[in-house]
Design a protein around this ligand. Structure first.
Ligand SMILES: [Zn+2]
Length: 95
């Protein structure tokens, strides 16, 4: 079971509409993630994930699609209200 590393965030894999993102391998970017989610003293492993609620729509390559993050995207705390809205869009059509 995957769960979100952000303090106070209760997201886990059982919410299948949410995306989960591994910490970046780039040291500098990873440090930004850790600071932004207030996990400075938290051991980050390859299994640590941050859920899609901590990113803004423009951080994703496809905001309502596969939810892949753009290069350099950084999460934040608390959760975003935008991504929740996105999960209700099911149509794959692109204008
Ligand atoms: Zn989360």
């Amino acid at each position: 079971m995957e769960y979100c590393s952000v303090p106070l965030c209760t997201s886990s894999e059982k919410y299948s509409l949410l995306s989960f993102h591994s910490f970046p391998s780039d040291t500098e970017l990873r440090a930004k993630w850790v600071i932004n989610i207030h996990r400075e003293n938290f051991p980050i492993t390859s299994h640590s994930k941050v859920c899609g609620r901590h990113f803004l729509p423009h951080d994703f390559i496809e905001p309502c699609g596969l939810r892949r993050l753009k290069k350099g995207a950084v999460p934040f705390q608390p959760v975003s209200l935008y991504t929740v809205r996105c999960t209700f869009i099911t149509s794959p059509t692109v204008p």
